[in-house]
Design a protein around this ligand. Structure first.
Ligand code: PMP
Length: 389
């Protein structure tokens, strides 16, 4: 990575959003330039071609996670995908006395939509604790789950601690009590192989921008029978079959959930990102990031003032604090050294409260990260410690 001025830039904030490869930038530029036209309506050739490309994008994005195109809804991102499930499946299926199981490490976007639905439906929320090394404690989840649980919603990879969920086990446990399970794959899709068919999960959500794709688009994958039975969410063009003032009938899924002109160029960029990641190989990306995590944890662990969080084998994400230095001060000093980290609560305030800290510093990797980024981080931390001493 380089700064705008051409200096070396150590970008360690890929868990917030990934930098884009040229294949994605070029695909979006072509879609906004020579290929641009609307989808699903035009009778002229360019619009028909764009419609074909948009639907091919749906197929490619679904294939990346082992799903089929008729099971994939384009959304604005993971946040909107979770809200969609909460507002449609949740409202149709949750009643007073029903329970939802979340975990302590969830991102706010996998907490707040369920609170809104709790308040609308009278369902209750339970919170699964973590293991001492910061994973969702599936033994505890198993003990907590009851036939009253209608939904489990867990993240596949924690955006703060980096721990990887045993999705297949979580799915078996949820299904054993008759609950549906939603997996927040926002941090996972770019870091570990995902196969929704093998997992047998019910819903899987993610954002393109963490997968080397554009912002403004993401996806909800859902089992066809669930998606087919879900009522519409937003009304407007494209999501209807027939409209009269007396009555309107809906288009089948996934179109039923895509009201209005969609994010066309973004969908094309999303597919380019999916192709890019597939070509690199998620196994190889995971191995590359695992090696960086190992190295980072070992180098940071040598600095006395550093406290590391999360499991040893976290996926591409290392959270830490430094005794006597607020993470925000660390972030500011590191920026002077062209090292970009994230500092804060990472949209996981309940996790921060449970850890009894206001914030962490977080270094997160991607396939373009390398050892020189870790070396720069360590140099920056050592300089910070000298300043604070
Ligand atoms: N879940 C997790 C685990 C995340 O890391 C994020 C983004 N930080 C989200 C959900 C929300 O994603 P978006 O903001 O792209 O909708």
């Amino acid at each position: 990575m380089v700064t705008r001025e051409g200096a070396r830039w150590h970008y360690l904030d890929s868990a917030a959003t990934a930098q884009k490869p040229n294949v994605v930038i070029d695909a979006v530029a072509r879609a906004l330039g020579p290929d641009y036209a609307t989808v699903h309506r035009g009778l002229y050739a360019r619009s028909a071609e764009m419609t074909t490309a948009y639907e091919a994008a749906r197929r490619e994005v679904a294939a990346l996670i082992g799903g089929a195109e008729h099971e994939l809804v384009f959304t604005r991102g993971a946040t909107e995908a979770i809200n969609l499930v909460a507002q449609t499946w949740g409202v149709a299926n949750l009643r007073p006395g029903d329970r939802i199981l979340l975990s302590l490490l969830e991102h706010h976007s996998n907490i707040v939509p369920w609170q809104l639905i709790r308040d609308r439906t009278g369902a209750e929320i339970d919170v699964c604790p973590l293991t001492p090394d910061g994973r969702i404690d599936l033994d505890a989840a198993e003990a907590m789950l009851s036939p009253a649980h209608k939904l489990v919603a867990f993240s596949h990879v924690s955006n703060v601690l980096g721990g990887v969920l045993d999705v297949a086990r979580a799915v078996r446990m949820a299904h054993a009590v008759g609950a549906r399970i939603l997996i927040d794959g926002c941090q996972a899709v770019a870091r570990v192989p995902v196969d929704v068919a093998a997992f047998d999960c019910d819903f899987y959500v993610f954002s393109a921008h963490k997968l080397y794709g554009p912002t403004g688009i993401g996806a909800l994958w859902a089992k066809a029978e669930l998606l087919g039975a879900m009522p519409p969410w937003q009304g407007g063009g494209s999501m209807i079959d027939r409209v009269t003032f007396a009555e309107t009938t809906w288009a089948p899924a996934p179109q039923r959930f895509e009201a209005g002109t969609p994010a066309i160029a973004e969908a094309i960029g999303f597919a380019a990102a999916a192709r890019f990641v597939k070509a690199q190989g998620l196994g190889a990306i995971h191995a590359h990031e695992a090696a960086l995590v190992k190295r980072a944890r070992s180098e940071l662990g040598r600095i006395n003032a550093v406290r590391l969080f999360g499991p040893e084998d976290s996926a591409g994400i290392v959270s830490f604090t430094i005794e006597g230095v607020h993470p925000h001060d660390l972030g500011t000093i590191l920026d002077e050294e062209n090292v970009a980290i994230r500092a804060g609560h990472h949209c996981a305030q309940p996790l921060m409260a449970a850890l009894d800290i206001p914030a962490t510093a977080r270094a997160s990797f991607a396939l373009y990260s390398d050892d020189s980024d870790i070396a720069a981080l360590v140099r920056g931390i050592e300089r910070t410690l000298r300043i604070f001493a």
